[in-house]
Design a protein around this ligand. Structure first.
Ligand code: ADP
Ligand code: MG
Length: 254
């Protein structure tokens, strides 16, 4: 895998939050690569910097230091229109599906908006909306429903459908399956695995459920207080951790 070019590469990424004179280094000089067709997990205690790292990597947040390369392009400082162009190849799904949708819009309306942003001609949008919903295991008729009219699991599927609307190469999932019950969680990760096979997608998969990361991810990064303290094949790291912190994490959860 290492001889291929990474899809996402971050170098020395650092984020210092400053609040009322206090400084907090949420992400401290982390570097990693995510390869095409790879599922890379990030685990670590709450507050270890996982979400900040993900938000930095997809440019939802400006870093204090470091560089980000996506598909060979330096995106460390991209903004505005150029960033929107990048978002045709990189999408995110967050934990709370309900709040990720505009409550006044139908699910179909929100997905159509993404298709519009991706430049799909108007006439092709309705059929594509249904296709995306069905691909994510929802009936096409759900396009008419509002976020509050579907369950959490269904809403998360719709969020994935919307993220997939632009046919991204990279999907960043920040606890995207964490609010779902185990059965729905399995369905969603099953869907993601299937989409990876079909479209050669890559995922940055942030999740506090170590058993799920062990089963779903190829590789994993372990974060402690903003740093990456261990990384390697997910099964190896989570079944026989080397670092003390990972050992404690595994003992406390698995
Ligand atoms: N916008 C922010 N302003 C100030 N501190 C923040 C902000 N976002 C996150 N933090 C702090 O950064 C640290 C890492 O948070 P986060 O990345 O959310 O961790 P995780 O996702 O691993 O739980 C925490 O101490 C958190 O309180
Ligand atoms: Mg988080």
């Amino acid at each position: 895998m290492e001889d291929r070019k990474p899809l996402l590469e971050v170098k020395n990424l650092t984020k210092v939050f400053r609040r009322r004179g206090e400084e907090l280094t949420a992400v401290n000089h982390i570097s990693f690569q995510l390869y095409p067709n790879e599922i890379l997990g990030i685990v670590g205690e709450s507050g270890s910097g996982k979400s900040t790292a993900a938000r930095l990597a997809v440019r939802l947040l400006d870093g204090t230091e470091g560089e980000i390369f996506f598909d060979g392009q330096d995106i460390t400082h991209v903004k505005g229109r150029e960033l929107r162009r990048i978002y045709r190849r990189m999408q995110m799904v967050f934990q709370s599906p309900a709040t990720s949708f505009d409550p006044r819009r139908t699910l179909g309306g929100s997905i159509r908006e993404s298709l519009k942003n991706a430049g799909l001609p108007r006439g092709e949008r309705p059929a594509r909306v249904r296709e995306l919903l069905e691909m994510c295991g929802l009936p096409g008729e759900y396009e008419k429903r509002y976020p509050h009219e579907v369950s959490g699991g269904q809403c998360q599927r719709a969020a994935i459908a919307r993220a997939l609307a632009v046919s991204p190469k990279l999907l960043v999932c920040d606890e995207a399956t964490s609010a779902l019950d185990v059965t729905v969680q399995k369905q969603v990760t099953g869907l993601l695995a299937e989409l990876r096979e079909r479209y050669g997608m890559s995922y940055l998969f942030i999740c506090h459920d170590l058993a799920l990361v062990r089963d779903f991810c190829d590789r994993v990064l372990v974060m402690e207080k903003g740093r990456i303290v261990e990384e390697g094949p997910a099964k190896q790291v989570l079944l026989s951790p080397r670092h003390e912190y990972t050992k404690k994490l595994v003992e406390s959860i698995l």
